[in-house]
Design a binder for this molecule. Sequence first.
Ligand SMILES: [Ca+2]
Ligand SMILES: [Ca+2]
Length: 363
Amino acid sequence: MQTLLKNLFNLMRLSKISLLVISNKIFRKPSVRGTLRYQKINFFTTSALHQMKTDKGIALMIVLWVLVLLSIIAMNFSFSTRWNSASTRNLKEETIAYYMCISGYQEAVNYLLSDKDPSVDFLDDEGNFWIDRETIPVTGKRITEEGDIEIRITDEESKININLAGEDRLRKLLDYIGIPTDSEQEVIDSILDWIDPDKEHRLSGAEDEYYEGLDVPYKAKNSFFDAPEELLLVKGIEPDYMAGSDKIKALSPLITTFGKGTININTVSKEVMELLGLNPLDIETILKQRNRESGGFRFIPTQLSNSGLNTTSSSYFRIEVISHLNGSNRAMKIVAILHRMPSAKGFKMQTVYWRENAESYRG
Ligand SMILES: [Ca+2]
Ligand SMILES: [Ca+2]
């Protein structure tokens, strides 16, 4: 690069001399108004310039400009080669990270399929998902030669299913996250209108005529939400509601669109129990039961029969796998939701949601 810059500098310097030669040729022609110009020419003229023939000067200038052009092409080529090699390296890292993720995902699937006790699935207080009391969880980080893989299994039936919640439960949910009271009815009505098949909007709700009037128009779904992210399309829902802010709790960890609307007493979070209205003592009792020694609840205690907690095992699971490659700032993440169903050989799996993405991270 230094040599290149040096050459360019020399070229520019020599080109300037060449231009002076041209000036010399033009301005040395006799002119009636030439006195002043002639004096100017004398100012630039040097003994070296006098020795150069005008034609040779023009040829030299052309050669020099060709060299400038070639240098620019060479520089471009060098940048482009460097860029190509960086993208090849990224692609290689992403591919390795992707297959590391797939291996973690496969391990989680195999774990869910090897359940020896279909009547209980539980989550311990460290966030490990247990299919039964004997089979050690696969959740957590593992170190491999290439990098590390982090596996997380959670239960979709530990959250509120917004497709099946109904007005009362939606109100409890919105009260809990703390959205402004004057927007609450609008959000409830709009969610119910989004799902219902009719075209009549509720008092504060919205149907096609509202959504078709937006800058980017679309229609009401008139069917269940396929994924929680779809809520952002509904009238009255602000992005803050999903991710949370300093004024409002996040909706995302509390809701799902998968499952039959049942909530597993062995996996439900403290937050969901609070919003359902369970008292602190019951919440504490439930959380204490969820470890290897106690093995979770095998039935719903009578005093909790109307609590909204109505199952002890689950069939919709979320698997999240993140892989980090050694010596790289690239990470790959896979999120999958699987429906586990009984089969002649034990269980079979159906994928109902899949998302994968590569991202850069710091650290
Ligand atoms: Ca089980
Ligand atoms: Ca409606």
